[in-house]
Design a protein around this ligand. Structure first.
Ligand SMILES: [Zn+2]
Length: 178
């Protein structure tokens, strides 16, 4: 792996339009896709975060990377290409945050367990039965590929409060890259 593949990418933040794009399915898993996957992983680990969707680094294509293993146990990277939720059951509420939604977290209610289907970076079909943190993480990242953010799942009042806070931060010049 060249050192360039370890270089974190810029993470796009709300309300940048690429976060609202519907990601296109990946056809051929070529060298460029492999490089993007490596760089997405580097970006996720350096943030640090437990999941990242390609939209978040400005590439609206259907790739997610995630690693929900406790950090003291080392890295255990998973990659899913063209993932889809094929089954969802139950209900759970959990505090969520997002690398693309700065300085905010909120409780989100989602199905408790999901079955997800996709292919790995070698094109091998993968099926994951997820619950707990992995289930929430997968739903959150797959949402990104549809242009959906966790703040779309909270009340409009809470969202309005966040938008107000963002506006204030922008005024004070507290947002990076602006
Ligand atoms: Zn996110």
């Amino acid at each position: 792996m060249s050192s360039n593949n370890d270089k974190p990418m810029k993470i796009f933040t709300y309300p940048e339009p690429v976060l609202r794009e519907k990601a296109k399915p990946v056809g051929n898993i070529d060298e460029a896709i492999q490089t993007l996957i490596d760089r997405m992983a580097a970006t996720m680990y350096s943030a640090p975060g437990i999941g990242l969707a390609a939209n978040q680094v400005g590439e609206p294509i259907q790739i997610i990377v995630f690693d929900v293993s406790p950090r003291e146990k080392g890295r255990n990277l998973s990659v899913l290409i063209n993932p889809e939720i094929i089954q969802a059951e139950g209900k759970v509420s959990q505090e969520e945050s997002c690398l693309s939604v700065v300085d905010f977290s909120a409780e989100v209610t989602r199905p408790a367990c999901v079955k997800v289907r996709g292919v790995d970076r070698h094109g091998k079909p993968v099926e994951i039965d997820a619950e707990g943190l992995l289930s929430v993480c997968l739903q959150h990242e797959i949402d990104h590929l549809s242009g959906v953010l966790f703040i779309d799942h909270i009340s409009s009042l809470k969202r309005a409060l966040y938008n107000k806070k963002l506006k204030k931060m922008r005024k004070k010049g507290l947002l990076q890259g602006e």
